[in-house]
Ligand binder design. Structure first.
Ligand code: NAI
Length: 340
């Protein structure tokens, strides 16, 4: 059952309210931003979240006060850097930490162009998470995800608390887009479309495996256009926002779905999501992180699934992906080595 299908279903909310049996604190770092605000609102609507901690370098107490009036039972608290122990308190006891802190793209920028600013923001927040929430599931949204996830891993390693089963790059928006775009092409209900998207989260590293979808027949120019749209869908939003940022609302939806999937998995459900994790799949080619279907469980990553059968065209996409991914991952690792 996907978040897309269940987000606001009344019947399901009733079912979930009785099954929300454990305390689940969820922390958002970067909570006052374009993604952070709607993401926090969606988390407030999730019956599995019992405590919501919102941190940002500016504006989090206001966002928290506002969201706290929504009439669901969870507590909401906002924290800012000049509160004594603000970040530490926001993190302590968290089951899930979502990180959408950092700058978004402007027209003409690639996600890699964000590296210089966002690498140090993620590194510093990862240090705090390693210290105060070492056992939490860490969900990295800040771009470039292909590099910020390795950065977080290196920071956790340096603190001696790295658990690869608990670190996730959020690529859910690529899956959300893929099912929406394919449904537009085929005039179907996107709730019934599931497209596996593997690789990473930027441009050619985003690899949709259409041959495994409900529509393996899509070929030729239609296929090329669809694949390009899935890989570069984010650019449509960046262009339309015309300098005011990148995807925020659809990203919040995707981030809330990923958090919900982990909360459901923690309560014993078998949930499968594509997500960017430390992965054995291409380690022999020196690529430590890769997104593929992952079964989630109470310990975080339960099982990493192989990419499966691909056609020749998709193999070409994968080859291009691996080339870029390897550079993106190395860049993240080098950054932490040189700027610990
Ligand atoms: P935004 O600029 O609207 O919000 C970012 C927030 O982070 C701001 O409120 C800012 O004050 C806060 N922030 C900056 N440094 C911080 C720090 N050290 N500690 C805590 N908070 C801090 O940006 P937006 O649109 O919310 O995007 C955030 C990030 O998410 C960007 O890097 C963007 O590229 C990425 N993104 C990722 C997607 C994905 O699929 N993984 C999709 C869309 C965006």
């Amino acid at each position: 059952m996907s978040f897309a299908r269940s987000a606001f279903s009344f019947a399901q909310r009733r079912t979930f309210s009785v099954s929300a049996r454990q305390n689940s604190k969820v922390t958002v770092l970067g909570a006052a931003g374009g993604i952070g605000q709607p993401l926090s609102l969606l988390l407030k609507l999730n019956k599995r979240v019992t405590d919501l901690a919102l941190y940002d370098i500016r504006g989090a107490p206001g966002v928290a006060a506002d969201i706290s009036h929504v009439n669901s039972n969870s507590t909401v608290a906002g924290y800012k850097p000049d509160d004594a122990e603000g970040l530490a308190t926001a993190l302590k006891g968290a089951e899930i930490v979502l990180i959408p802190a950092g700058v978004p793209r402007k027209p003409g920028m690639t996600r890699d162009d964000l590296f210089n600013t966002n690498a140090s923001i993620v590194r510093d927040l990862a240090k705090a998470a390693a210290e105060h929430a070492p056992n939490a599931n860490i969900l990295i949204i800040s771009n470039p995800v292909n590099s910020t996830v390795p950065i977080t891993a290196e920071v956790f390693k340096s603190k001696g608390v790295y658990n690869p089963k608990r670190l996730f790059g959020v690529t859910t928006l690529d899956i959300v887009r893929a099912s929406r775009f394919i449904s537009q092409l085929k005039s179907t209900d996107p709730a019934n479309e599931e497209v596996t998207v593997v690789g990473g989260h930027s441009g050619v590293t985003i690899v949709p495996i259409l041959s495994q979808s409900n529509h393996p027949d899509i070929a030729g120019e239609a296929r090329d256009k669809l694949v390009n749209r899935i890989q570069f869908g984010g650019d449509e939003v960046v262009k339309a926002k015309d300098g005011a940022g990148s995807a925020t609302l659809s990203m919040a939806f995707a981030g809330a779905r990923m958090a919900d999937s982990l909360l459901r998995a923690a309560q014993g459900e078998n949930v499968v999501e594509c997500t960017f994790v430390e992965s054995p799949l291409y380690k022999d080619q020196g690529i430590d992180f890769f997104s593929s279907k992952v079964t989630l469980g109470p310990e975080g990553v339960k099982e990493i699934h192989p990419v499966g059968a691909v056609n020749e065209y998709e193999q070409g996409l994968l080859d291009a992906c691996l080339k870029d991914l390897s550079k993106n991952i190395a860049k993240g690792k080098t950054f932490v080595a040189e700027n610990p």
